[in-house]
Design a binder for this molecule. Structure first.
Ligand SMILES: [Zn+2]
Length: 411
């Protein structure tokens, strides 16, 4: 599920959380850093011959980069990026190569290097550094949402004050630039610092496409449940049918024009999942209670939920931005649909699949969302959600939808 906004990430012990990979990755990263320290002789032991040169070379290359000696820096970083080197060193060398590419305005090259870097450095602050520069390169290339996503992730994993402040600065300036609300934690972390080297990002940026501007009262694009329900073969059970509590409006943001849909699984503990199968109404009330009391989200995070008997339930009203994709920029204009169950373990029921197909069809035609803007949660960020089985079903549904809409248009 992994639906926390980065600004309000709760304890990972909550029963929603389905992410066991991070601790393992963090441990393996720590091990590789530890090994690097060992081979470099930084642990206080006698210096060793060949490996000692590695971190020194890295520092040398970084210094050259700071002084604008890009060719020299690139030469050294390249020499450190060979398969026999430790993964963490290769990752750091790739960060260096990415920074060289940014300095030379080769943004495609930068994005390529930094993407490799973040995969070689799967956790911790070095991963945060890769994401910081990746976010910068994406912003420079005009990919605002992708850039913000990387920066928000960087901000979470960075400890080093200046790097973390840089991430906060880039997020704050970009959100200000596109006229969107800046969460207080970024504004605070950015402080009064200024980084003039970034100023060309916002000068060069194209005018903002309307899809990513948040509007206080969406004039169009928000479709009442009644209208969606009126579509053939689609019945949506309104909030009143599961006795939802009112939305705590001070904790939710208005929805901007829907431009994409993200599909999740709820992946709860087995007992809760069983409850979801037998009594979806009770289950929905429990999720809502958890989201409002423990997470302070104002309401359930998804806009629609589908129980295993195929019934579709109205979750958070669509006039409010959801809390499901992971952070503010990912939730923007993003309709959240969750199937109740854990689809790493089980396959979705056939009635659940049929209802998901109908709902995606209805949402995409009513809101004019192209089929390539329908995602499984894992298409947007590092998560197993919505589980292997549902992700496979979703790919099939999306290509069906694609064929139907192409046929519709050609008629
Ligand atoms: Zn999810």
């Amino acid at each position: 599920m992994d639906l926390m906004p980065s600004s309000a990430r709760p304890s990972r012990s909550g029963w929603f959380i389905n992410d066991i990979s991070r601790p393992i990755l963090a441990v393996s990263w720590l091990l590789s850093v530890f090994c690097l320290v060992l081979v470099s002789g930084c642990g206080g032991g006698p210096p060793r011959r060949t490996p000692v040169a590695q971190p020194a070379a890295l520092l040398d290359a970084r210094a050259a980069l700071e002084q604008g000696q890009i060719a020299h820096a690139r030469h050294v970083f390249s020499s450190l990026e060979s398969p026999e080197r430790p993964l963490s060193l290769r990752g750091m060398a790739r960060i260096g190569l990415g920074r060289c590419a940014i300095a030379e305005n080769d943004l495609d090259g930068a994005i390529r290097h930094l993407d490799v870097a973040r995969k070689l450095l799967p956790g911790g602050s070095q991963n945060g550094r890769a994401r910081l520069y990746l976010g910068e390169a994406q912003l420079r290339s005009g990919a605002i949402n992708t850039g913000l996503n990387h920066l928000e992730n960087a901000f979470e994993s960075l400890r080093e004050t200046d790097d973390r402040r840089r991430a906060a600065f880039l997020i704050t300036r970009t959100l200000d630039h596109i006229g969107d609300t800046v969460p207080a934690l970024y504004r605070t972390a950015a402080g009064t610092y200024s980084y003039p080297e970034y100023s060309s990002i916002w000068i060069r940026q194209q005018p903002v496409p309307p899809a990513i501007v948040a509007v206080p009262h969406p004039p169009k694009g928000v479709v009442p449940v009644e209208k969606l329900s009126a579509l053939p073969r689609l019945m949506i059970h309104k909030r009143s049918s599961w006795k939802a509590r009112p939305v705590i409006t001070r904790w939710v943001a208005p929805m901007s024009r829907p431009t994409r849909i993200t599909v999740h699984h709820t992946a709860d503990q087995p007992t809760i999942a069983t409850l979801g199968i037998r009594e979806p109404e009770v289950y929905l009330r429990r999720i809502q209670k958890y989201c409002t009391s423990s997470l302070e989200w104002g309401d359930i995070g998804y806009h629609y939920l589908i129980s295993s008997d195929g019934r579709i339930w109205e979750g958070r009203p669509l006039k409010y931005q959801g809390a499901h994709a992971g952070n503010h920029s990912l939730n923007r204009g993003n309709i959240g649909v969750a199937l109740i169950g854990n689809f790493d373990q089980d396959r979705p029921s056939s009635s659940q699949v049929r209802s998901l197909g109908s709902l995606l069809n209805a949402l995409s035609s009513v809101h004019d969302i192209r089929s390539d803007r329908i995602y499984g949660h894992q298409d947007l960020r590092d998560t197993g959600c919505p589980g292997v089985h549902l992700q496979a079903v979703l790919s099939r549904l999306v290509s069906q939808l694609n064929r139907t809409s192409t046929a519709r248009k050609s008629r």
